[in-house]
Design a protein around this ligand. Structure first.
Ligand code: FES
Length: 109
């Protein structure tokens, strides 16, 4: 079951930057692109758990601040230099508000 939860105003997330949402079980990084798309992925690099929210956003990917792996924001997949994947969450924007799809089982996982 998907619960759409209002989590932020779009303007609260800096362009080409991130905010961190803390849930009971994990940190979720919310990224805003130059084109005002918002992506939500687990704030943990698939390499060695670096804080992706502190990485540099370019296009629809982020570069991990620790060892420069590039992660696709839509899929959570590492684009290089090696393979790996982190969790992603669906988002939608309505009237300047950002909603996050939190699956009940994911939120409790
Ligand atoms: S922890 Fe992200 S590249 Fe190593």
């Amino acid at each position: 079951m998907t619960n759409w939860t209002e989590i932020a105003k779009l303007d609260d997330i800096p362009k080409l930057g991130a905010r961190v949402l803390q849930t009971d079980t994990m940190s979720i990084a919310l990224f805003r692109t130059a084109g005002d798309e918002v992506f939500a992925i687990k704030d943990e690099c698939p390499h060695k758990k670096g804080p992706l929210s502190q990485g540099i956003v370019h296009g629809t990917s982020v570069t991990c601040p620790l060892h420069n792996w590039k992660i696709d924001l839509a899929s959570g997949e590492a684009l290089g230099p090696d393979a790996g994947c982190t969790n992603t969450f669906a988002t939608r924007i309505e009237n300047g508000l950002v909603y996050l799809a939190l699956n009940v089982s994911e939120a409790a996982a």
